[in-house]
Design a protein around this ligand. Structure first.
Ligand SMILES: *[C@@H]1O[C@H](CO)[C@@H](O)[C@H](O)[C@H]1NC(C)=O
Ligand SMILES: *[C@@H]1O[C@H](CO)[C@@H](O)[C@H](O)[C@H]1NC(C)=O
Ligand SMILES: *[C@@H]1O[C@H](CO)[C@@H](O)[C@H](O)[C@H]1NC(C)=O
Ligand SMILES: *[C@@H]1O[C@H](CO)[C@@H](O)[C@H](O)[C@H]1NC(C)=O
Ligand SMILES: *[C@@H]1O[C@H](CO)[C@@H](O)[C@H](O)[C@H]1NC(C)=O
Ligand SMILES: *[C@@H]1O[C@H](CO)[C@@H](O)[C@H](O)[C@H]1NC(C)=O
Ligand SMILES: *[C@@H]1O[C@H](CO)[C@@H](O)[C@H](O)[C@H]1NC(C)=O
Length: 292
């Protein structure tokens, strides 16, 4: 154990030197960069392992990307949990990395710590992947100040409650598979309809149920992928999907949809539709996919 942590420490120093060489500005080292380096060292200090994936902006040395997702294939991890080997503490020094745009901590085992509240202050983030990080407590209901995010992936293997009040005008990708959305309830369509350029939506797994309501008006004009499989929808096929002109992929498998599949799917530019394992969906395939 001792030997491992000494080795880790030496690696950390070595790695820091490498980062310095790789990331520093050629012209000058400003105080801002020194402060980012301190923040980075402190942030690394909290972690039990690192896979050397921190990227700095060319020319300036500011940290723009931290990618610590678990590199091992899922099969390996499920067979042997020691492959989940990044854990430890996520320190607030992260907030001092003012240029950070991309943060990926996915598929690691930060068990028993809540999602840090200070994530809200990472204002410049464009990409945040906290999928299967193993955070223990409810996801903060409000990512409030993350107003530039384009990609938000909170998909989880461990169900988490969430009261999703987040909206911004730039979100392209929202992944919340296996997040417990029962607090949002049947309002989920209305809530997500407020994301004007949302392109990919993943809400698979367990927690949504009942009717799939129609939004009061459909502005999902950019939506290309919707995946809401393995929930407990007891509903007719949501007809409003036929008005989402850019749809390419629909997955509503493993629900309890019933009734006739509406005509008109042929008008969409669908490449993929998955309706497997529903209650009693009916339709005539040659009529369904026919263009009028
Ligand atoms: C930084 O510059 C190097 C060498 O010029 C290049 O290979 C690399 O892709 C650049 N990285 C970024 C993030 O632009
Ligand atoms: C899991 O992997 C570790 C490291 O490779 C190894 O030491 C351990 O024996 C493995 N455990 C099992 C149950 O295979
Ligand atoms: C844990 O990560 C380190 C490098 O980050 C790697 O060398 C080691 O083999 C990993 N352990 C397992 C069990 O995969
Ligand atoms: C987030 O990370 C997971 C696991 O590493 C990956 O499967 C998923 O595609 C990532 N999400 C995005 C939006 O890139
Ligand atoms: C969010 O932004 C508001 C206004 O810019 C600011 O007053 C507040 O402190 C910020 N909250 C966090 C958690 O950064
Ligand atoms: C989801 O959350 C609700 C309300 O907090 C709770 O009653 C329900 O048991 C949760 N479902 C799962 C699968 O954890
Ligand atoms: C399905 O629709 C086609 C075209 O309208 C029609 O020829 C066919 O008889 C229908 N099949 C059934 C089983 O209703």
């Amino acid at each position: 154990m001792e030997r491992i942590s000494i080795l880790g420490f030496i690696l950390a120093i070595f790695y820091f030197i490498t980062i310095e060489l790789a990331c520093n500005a050629h012209t000058h080292i400003g105080n801002d960069i020194l402060s980012e380096q301190e923040a980075l060292i402190d942030f690394k200090g909290g972690l039990k392992d690192l896979n050397n994936r921190i990227t700095c902006e060319n020319g300036t040395g500011f940290v723009i990307s931290i990618n610590l997702h678990n590199p091992y294939p899922r099969e390996n991890v499920y067979e042997n949990w020691s492959y989940m080997n990044l854990s430890g503490e996520i320190r607030p020094s992260l907030v001092r990395l003012k240029s950070l745009k991309h943060l990926d901590l996915s598929f690691n085992s930060f068990k028993a710590i809540p999602i840090p509240q200070f994530f809200r202050s990472l204002k410049n983030l464009l990409y945040l992947n906290l999928s299967s990080v193993g955070f223990s407590e409810a996801i903060p209901s409000n990512f409030g100040n993350l107003s530039s995010l384009q990609y938000l992936d909170l998909s989880s293997e461990y169900p988490n409650d969430i009261n999703f009040g987040y909206s911004n005008d730039f979100l392209l990708y929202l992944g919340m598979d296996y997040v417990n959305l029962s607090l949002v309830g049947s309002q989920w369509v209305e809530v997500l309809n407020k994301l004007p350029i949302l392109t990919e939506l993943y809400l698979d797994g367990r927690s949504l149920f009942g009717f799939i309501l129609s939004p009061s008006f459909v502005i999902f004009t950019s939506l290309r992928v919707i995946s809401i499989s393995s929930n407990q929808f007891f509903s007719m096929f949501p007809k409003w999907l036929l008005n989402v002109n850019n749809l390419e992929s629909i997955d509503i498998s493993y629900n309890q949809l019933h009734g006739r599949i509406p005509l008109g799917l042929g008008e969409l530019h669908l490449q993929y539709i998955h309706l497997f394992e529903n209650h009693n969906l009916r339709g005539n395939i040659s009529q369904l996919l026919r263009k009028s």
